[in-house]
Ligand binder design. Structure first.
Ligand code: BDP
Length: 690
């Protein structure tokens, strides 16, 4: 086992499970087949064969012991579930009938494929198949991966090898891996993929690359996955096909309309464009004194006749806004609420800075009631220890989604906003920055597969429980033994908090190494822009630490609903995990634990190291339950995590001790090395720079 099979391993089940599967899946009955139905049947066969050693037969007529796939048009009335229409285009019902058939019903072929995966998931996780009765429909329409893959096959912030897109060999060579990628995504309900980096190049929209994208679209289509492209705003200008990229210039709009026509000729179900504009040096409409809405709407008009959408990112921060980078997206986008075309979605990162181990939810959620907002999560762990550290992100995604924006009486969670509570009739979506590469594990480590999995399941249902998802994943990936599962789920559930503790406890953020973001560098102060420097974010000096975002400081807090602004305006009522995000406090500030802030900070760093050690110990005890190779792979990474947790702790404690001028709290271990030695570490070849 090298991890390639992901959660779709279909290994032989223990006797009881095997008998159960064999009883329910003696045969498969499927309607005249489309490629999608074919994919569903092939997957069911593969699964049953793998779990039991026996392949189900093909049958023409429903009968007890058969799995019967069908839509309202093909199922016999006796097998048709009530209320099927309400499940919509992608929903499914899976039900074991009293008469002995297992019916997988849907309104479309893609619903059947999702239903087939649901049945396999149930079989794989040991649910009693003779009582199966599940209905499900996605709560979001666009469930999309964002690949930050470059055309030279490097991956920005990728820690799992080269891009899986072998651009050079495309469109002629269609690697089998693309099909396995499609299967894995379809098993979660992911229905879109942006193939290329948001830091995009003009070439992606030229004929040779459109052909490559079209070849991928052909492979992904049977699995319900649409292809999207990241578009560089200045493409026509840079290709020298227009004299400007001004979105209001007619020649520019006409160029994009022609380009959209060309793309749709090659990819009739093309999803649309993702755009990073006027952000980190990318071109955009503001270069022409136009707004984000002007830019987005021009592109939206080009794809609208074909049913496409534009996902316009709200990740913006400029050199001219040094007072508080966290404020800019809200300041720039809220005045545009209601000004975006119907097929534009604004894509917002979960927090206001940048995929930190912990951030409060982004204040745009709930604050743009006339604009569909896509949640953007980062699945790849740019700021959480790359693919080396175990950090299950399900808990982090859940924390963001369950946050109450307090923008409606009785509450309005971020999940509800993303589900379109404020924008009925408009599209909805979630985007996840992929952690997928060409390594055999796909994600760079076995546990990082769980982050892809959790993202997909939460995109289907943003209100799902991260713990339940972890259990479901681990049961399919490692073992069905309940005690071992409890342990694995326990490890996963505490893992992200461990990372927060040893990297950025109590609301600290962005104190990682410059550029590559690997390892601690809270001392960095000399970079050209203030907001590139860690010292800008923690503001530690002799007197205290933290970023004052209250009315006395940057007042970013005023971007939240009044109830939250009030609660977080006082350090005593601010949730402790966000304390230094919103407040600058003296080192002697009394924490609820009875410790001073300084002592608490050191205690948190120590706790993080202890938690990393606990992950390692707990995994060691799981050896009897996990195949040797994968057990060893994970163990090797946990050794690195313990070592790096200690490094983070030692470097940060040494640094904050030096700026505060405080002695280490009594009983605290001294950092292993003098501060200067940590400062001197360099990582010129860290991966993922793109
Ligand atoms: C930051 C990454 C950078 C991305 C940027 C983005 O460091 O590589 O290009 O986000 O989201 O987290 O556009």
């Amino acid at each position: 086992e090298d991890g390639y099979d992901l959660w779709l391993r279909y290994r032989p089940l223990p006797q009881a499970g095997r008998d159960d599967v064999l009883r329910q899946a003696q045969a498969i009955v499927a309607p005249r087949s489309s490629a999608t139905v074919q994919a569903a049947v092939t997957e069911l066969r593969r699964g049953v064969q793998g779990m039991t050693g026996q392949a189900p037969a093909d049958a023409a007529q429903p009968r007890a012991g058969a799995i019967v796939l069908g839509t309202a048009a093909t199922l016999p009335p006796a097998l048709l579930p009530d209320g099927l229409a309400a499940l919509g285009r992608e929903g499914y019902a899976v039900r074991r009938m009293e008469s002995g058939e297992t019916v997988i019903a849907a309104n479309t072929d893609i619903g059947l494929l999702y239903g087939a995966f649901a049945w396999l998931r149930a079989a794989n996780t040991g649910m009693p198949l003779d009582r199966l009765d599940e209905r499900s429909a996605p709560k979001l329409q666009l469930r999309v991966l964002n690949h930050w893959d470059n055309l030279d096959r490097t991956v920005e912030r990728g820690y799992a090898g080269e891009s899986i897109w072998n651009w050079w060999a495309l469109p002629d060579v269609r690697d089998r891996r693309y099909t396995d990628y499609a299967r894995a995504n379809a098993s979660l309900g992911i229905n879109g993929t942006v193939l290329n980096n948001v830091n995009s190049k003009p070439e992606i929209l030229t004929a040779p690359w459109i052909a490559k994208a079209a070849a991928l679209a052909d492979v992904l289509r049977p699995y319900g996955i649409r292809v999207y492209l990241s578009a560089r705003f200045s493409t026509p200008l840079e290709l020298k096909e227009t004299a400007t990229a001004d979105p209001l210039a007619p020649e520019v709009a006409a160029w994009w309309a022609r380009k959209a026509d060309e793309i749709y000729r090659a990819i009739p179900d093309f999803g649309g464009f993702l755009v990073k504009a006027n952000s980190e040096g990318q071109p955009g409409p503001q270069d022409y004194h136009r707004s984000h809405a002007d830019g987005a709407n021009m592109l939206a008009a080009a794809v609208a006749p074909h049913g496409g959408v534009v996902m316009w990112r709200a990740f913006v921060y400029a050199a001219e806004n040094p007072a508080d980078r966290a404020r800019q997206a809200y300041d720039e986008f809220t005045p545009l609420d209601g000004k975006f075309a119907k097929n534009v979605l604004v894509q917002v990162k979960n927090g206001p800075i940048d995929f930190q181990p912990r951030e409060p939810f982004h204040p745009l959620f709930g604050a743009m009631p006339k604009t569909p907002l896509v949640m953007e999560f980062q699945i790849t762990k740019e700021y959480l220890g790359y693919a080396t550290h175990l950090a299950y992100l399900g808990t982090m995604f859940e924390e963001a989604l369950r946050s109450d924006t307090a923008r409606a009486p009785g509450g309005l969670t971020v999940a509800q906003v993303v589900e379109g509570a404020q924008t009925p009739g408009r599209p909805t979506g979630m985007a996840g920055v992929a952690n997928i590469g060409s390594e055999r594990t796909w994600s760079g480590s076995h546990f990082d597969q769980a982050n892809w999995y959790a993202y997909g399941r939460l995109a289907w249902n943003p209100q799902a429980s991260s713990r339940a998802i972890a259990r479901e994943w681990a049961a399919q990936t490692f073992t069905r033994e309940p005690r071992a599962l409890d342990d694995i789920v326990g490890m996963m559930s505490m893992s992200r908090e461990a990372v927060v503790n040893y990297m950025t406890p109590l609301g600290l953020h962005h104190i990682m190494g410059t550029g590559h973001h690997h390892g601690p560098a809270p001392w960095v102060a000399e970079l050209a822009r203030p907001d590139w420097n860690p010292v800008y974010y923690h503001k530690a000096d002799r007197n205290g630490i933290g970023f004052d975002r209250t009315a006395r400081g940057s007042n970013a807090l005023a971007q939240y609903a009044p109830a939250i602004a009030r609660q977080y305006g006082d350090p005593r009522t601010t949730p402790e995990p966000l304390l230094l995000w919103f407040h600058h406090l003296p080192w002697d500030y009394a924490m609820p634990s009875g410790r001073t802030l300084w002592a608490e900070l050191v205690a948190r760093y120590d706790l993080g190291v202890t938690q990393a050690q606990a992950l390692r110990t707990r995994w060691a005890a799981l050896k009897p339950f996990v195949d040797a190779r994968r057990h060893e792979d994970v163990a090797a990474l946990l050794d690195v995590q313990v070592k790096e947790a200690q490094w983070w702790r030692d470097a940060c404690v040494a640094y904050f001790a030096s700026v505060s001028g405080r002695p280490l709290p009594a009983g605290t271990k001294r950092p292993a090395l003098p501060l200067e030695r940590y400062k001197a570490l360099q990582f010129p070849y860290a991966p993922g720079r793109g």
